[in-house]
Design a protein around this ligand. Structure first.
Ligand code: FMN
Length: 199
């Protein structure tokens, strides 16, 4: 196998890590409601991330997958398989988390429940928002990450509905959050690579 891999230019896991292969990081929009602000927040994170050039960043919108409510169908909807395939092709995640009744949205919980192995041994950062920066929702998500073997990083940008949005709808982040987003991404990229050895 070693010789064949060399002949065909295939790299071993270790070689890929050592040659600083770029990981695929999905920026997952946690809300799906009409009028949601998550696309604005996700685009902002992606813009900051793309400037770094250290990974392939993409927005992953749960709404695009038309996931049914778990267990209410026979499970053959194409969106379910597409969701698992998308997650399988990612090395790490940034969750864009909004606080609904002191927790994450039902849509994000449903999407989390719809996959298992595809989440395992990958890193995740959290960017949250709400009246208290979405902190309560983010902490709930951390508990779920433990069960799904997602390694959630420490640095956590928290955005306020009062000071980072105009009228709660137009996203105008304060400059101070930029360093925090970069700190979070540093950790997600590093841990995505480190966990590759387990995948
Ligand atoms: C059903 C619902 C419950 C909410 N509960 C909370 C809450 O407990 N704490 C909070 O800070 N904001 C709460 N909010 C405000 C949301 O954080 C705010 O509307 C935010 O913009 C939602 O994200 P989205 O626009 O991406 O859907 C709630 C909003 C909705 C729709």
């Amino acid at each position: 196998m070693g010789l064949l891999n060399k002949l065909f230019g295939n790299k071993t896991k270790e070689e890929k890590i050592m040659t600083a292969e770029k990981w695929n990081i999905g920026i997952i929009l946690g809300s799906t409601r009409q009028g949601r602000v998550s696309p604005q927040v996700g685009e902002w994170v992606k813009e900051l991330a793309d400037k770094r050039g250290d990974a392939n960043y993409e927005i992953v919108d749960i709404a695009d997958f038309d996931l049914p409510f778990l267990g209410t169908t026979d499970g053959t909807e194409p969106g379910i398989a597409a969701w698992n395939e998308k997650l399988s092709n990612l090395d790490g995640f940034v969750f864009i988390v909004q606080e609904y009744n002191h927790s994450i949205t039902g849509a994000l919980k449903n999407a989390l429940d719809f996959a298992r192995e595809a989440w395992n041994n990958k890193a995740a950062g959290i960017v949250s928002y709400g009246s208290t920066g979405g902190a309560r929702a983010a902490e709930h998500l951390r508990g779920i990450c433990g069960e799904l073997k997602i390694a959630d990083v420490r640095t956590h940008p928290t955005l306020s509905l009062f000071t980072d949005f105009e009228n709660g709808t137009e996203f105008k982040p304060q400059a101070l959050h930029v360093d925090n987003v970069n700190g979070m991404l540093d950790e997600v990229v590093a841990w995505s690579g480190a966990l590759k050895t387990l995948r």
